[in-house]
Design a protein around this ligand. Structure first.
Ligand SMILES: [Fe+2]
Length: 356
């Protein structure tokens, strides 16, 4: 096995050969070059120690070290020079040289111990670098692992949220199905709401909240007597009071679900009207956000265009006229205008057609 690798650069070939022999005798692998330029061309990370003569014809030893410093080569450099002045030694050390030796080499033990120390330093630096590289790689790998886990967690949590909405919506749809007059109401309100939301250009996040809120807006009706919802003719005061509780009941059902708090507010407010004439709290315009107002328009339009057992359904134009008549008082003017522009689109027609 080869020993540590040393490069020696000296324009005096005799000195070079002598040092090379000494180093080989101590078990080192040696590459000898005869100028600073050659040294710079030859040096790579495989070397453990560099020995530089100071006075060389093309670029001297100091300049060679300056180039190595620029390239951030972190190999210990020992200067070897015939002129052993203090100025040279100080300059060498200021440039970051590891050691300074004079030639000829008289004491081989001292020479070898200096080389050994330099090799040890290089080994230490290499180990440090390997440790740091390893650490950085491990951190990168762990960060990447964590990112994948986070993504999965986010996906599962999203799926769980959607599953919760779907279960509630299925309950609602199941109960609607039992009554031919309300069948498909939730689905249609959701589709109208999404159409309006998209037309308005609301954010993707708001669109998700809008869809979820529409899917469960009547969840509170689960506790209403079916007879009251389906009743032909006028409701008694008590029955009407019970029906009017469904937004509040829906809000209570959703209370423990922390990820549905925006939807919960919409469910609670979907029968409130701009002029304060709605229920359950008689809130007015500034208390009703855009998504709630969208669902109010969609819900009311579907209620009017759906058949009821106590009255025939309105045509879509009659329903629109009613929305317009109440625009600004019960419903958001801008939303009614947007909905009016969509009234003859195929999407609206196909949603209404599914009503029968
Ligand atoms: Fe409702």
């Amino acid at each position: 096995m080869l020993g540590p690798r040393i490069l020696i650069a000296d324009d005096d070939k005799l000195v070079c050969t002598t040092i090379e022999r000494i180093l080989k005798m101590f078990g080192y692998e040696v590459v000898a070059v005869y100028s600073g330029t050659e040294a710079l061309k030859t040096i790579d990370e495989s070397f453990d120690v560099i020995i530089l003569d100071i006075n060389m014809p093309d670029i001297n030893g100091f300049q060679t070290l300056e180039f190595l410093n620029e390239k951030e080569i972190d190999i210990p450099v020992l200067f070897l020079t015939g002129g052993g002045s203090m100025d040279y030694a100080v300059k060498a050390l200021n440039l970051g040289a590891y050691d300074f030796m004079t030639k000829p080499v008289d004491d081989l033990d001292i020479f070898n111990s200096k080389i050994k120390r330099a090799v040890e330093k290089r080994t230490f630096v290499r180990q440090q670098k390997a440790y740091q590289d390893n650490l950085e790689r491990e951190v990168q790998e762990k960060t990447a692992e964590l990112a994948v886990k986070n993504q999965l967690l986010e996906k599962y949590s999203h799926e769980l949220e959607n599953a919760t909405i779907q279960i509630m919506s299925s309950f609602q749809a199941f109960l609607e199905k039992k009554d031919e007059y309300t069948a498909g109401h939730t689905k249609r309100v959701t589709e109208y709401s999404i159409m309006i939301g998209k037309q308005l250009g609301i954010s993707k996040q708001d669109l998700v909240v809008l869809e979820r809120a529409a899917l469960i807006h009547d969840i509170g009706k689960l506790v209403n007597e079916r007879d009251h919802i389906q009743k032909a003719g006028k409701l008694t005061e008590k029955e009407w009071k019970e029906i009017k509780e469904h937004p509040e009941v829906g809000s209570n059902i959703l209370e423990p679900l922390v990820f549905l708090q925006r939807e919960r507010q919409i469910v609670k407010n979907h029968h409130e009207r701009l002029d304060g004439s709605g229920y359950p709290q008689g809130k007015c315009s500034e208390e009703l956000d855009l998504l709630t107002r969208i669902i109010a328009v969609a819900d009311s339009f579907d209620a009017m265009t759906s058949r009821r057992n106590y009255r025939p359904n309105f045509s879509k134009y009659q329903a629109l006229d009613e929305l317009k008549r109440c625009s600004g008082t019960l419903f958001d003017k801008n939303l009614v205008e947007i909905f009016a522009k969509m009234i003859d689109t195929e999407n609206i027609n196909s949603i209404i057609d599914n009503n029968f």
